[in-house]
Design a protein around this ligand. Structure first.
Ligand code: CP
Length: 315
């Protein structure tokens, strides 16, 4: 049985296979509306979410299946002291597949070791967020027509931003990709990503404090929120929260075909006037998030693709 805990749990061909399926779904969603009849998704969210939980639920409903779960730790028996291991053994009796978000890094991995059904990491602490990365990849491929040969700027909270960590790990597998890491000193990409992914893979990257200096070279600009919930003290958060604010004025130095991504939620790091710029792609990301989650659940459950009339399975 396959789980998705880390973005590299999917090989590069499997990632391509998933994106191709998501694109088929996007081109004809009605064809997929009975693919998962009688299947049940459990969403176990120990941490707040709008997009990830609801897009998983929308994805299963779009496939004709059912959803159950809890949106917060406080309405679950975790508040009585139940462990993740016990909870997942219980939920395995109720559902065919599980999406779990947890504030503790590694909690979905632990769950997968006790589960009798596929477990998907829907975000674990400041660690990884693999399904956001699939969303990002689909959006980049749609906008740029490729995943190779891109200069990708990541800006903001690169320390705690789990979407950043997953995106770097995944995009580092593509040819001629270059990263520009734009952050305050305190919010730099963690050393393990620098050493184990970028340096070990001989991936070109630069670090800078200046969004303005980086802007002209970028094909993709991935903005992120400063992750208030991961700071130990509020003073540091207040000092750093306005480090980068993308405006239309700053975009004047950017390429005309730049794509601006953001995993959302946004606080103030992208000014509202950018929303009307054709380079803003963050609400497309939201829509693509539903298609990649439909494709992922089809692959993990081995469902039949009505377009090919064959069962899909990870290769
Ligand atoms: N992108 C993302 O993970 O958003 P939510 O926290 O709302 O799920």
């Amino acid at each position: 049985m396959r789980h998705l805990i880390d973005p590299l749990d999917l090989s590069k061909p499997e990632t391509e296979q998933l994106l191709a399926l998501a694109e088929r779904i996007r081109s004809d969603p009605a064809a997929y509306q009975e693919v998962a009849v009688h299947k049940k998704l459990a969403t176990l969210f120990y941490e707040p979410s709008t997009r990830t939980r609801l897009s998983f639920e929308a994805a299963m409903l779009n496939l004709g299946g059912h959803v159950l779960g809890f949106p917060s730790e406080i309405v679950s028996s975790a508040t009585k002291g139940e462990s993740v291991a016990d909870t997942i053994r219980v939920i395995s009796c109720y559902a065919d597949i599980v999406a779990m978000r947890h504030p503790k890094e590694g909690a979905p991995l632990r769950a997968s070791r006790y589960a009798k059904v596929p477990v998907i990491n829907a975000g674990d602490g400041g660690h990884q967020h693999p399904t956001q990365t699939l969303t990002d990849l689909m959006t980049i491929r749609t906008r740029k027509g490729r995943l190779n040969g891109l200069t990708i700027g990541l800006c903001g909270d690169l320390k705690f931003g789990r979407t950043v960590h997953s995106l770097i790990k995944t995009m580092a597998r593509y040819e001629n990709v270059r990263f520009v890491l734009i952050s305050p000193e305190e919010l730099r990409v963690p050393d393990y990503i620098i050493k184990d992914v970028l340096l070990a893979g001989h991936i070109p990257f630069t670090e800078t404090r200046s969004l303005e200096d980086a802007m002209p070279s970028l094909d993709i600009l991935y903005m992120t929120r400063v992750q208030k919930e991961r700071f130990f003290n509020e003073e540091d958060y207040i000092r750093l929260k306005n480090s980068y604010i993308l405006t239309e004025e700053k975009l004047q130095k950017a390429k005309p075909d730049l794509a601006v991504l953001h995993p959302l939620p946004r606080v103030n790091e992208i000014a509202l006037d950018v929303d009307d710029d054709p380079r803003a792609a963050y609400f497309e990301q939201v829509q693509n998030g539903v298609y990649v989650r439909m494709a992922l659940m089809m692959l993990l459950l081995g469902l039949t693709d009505p377009k090919t009339e064959k069962k899909v399975a990870l290769c």
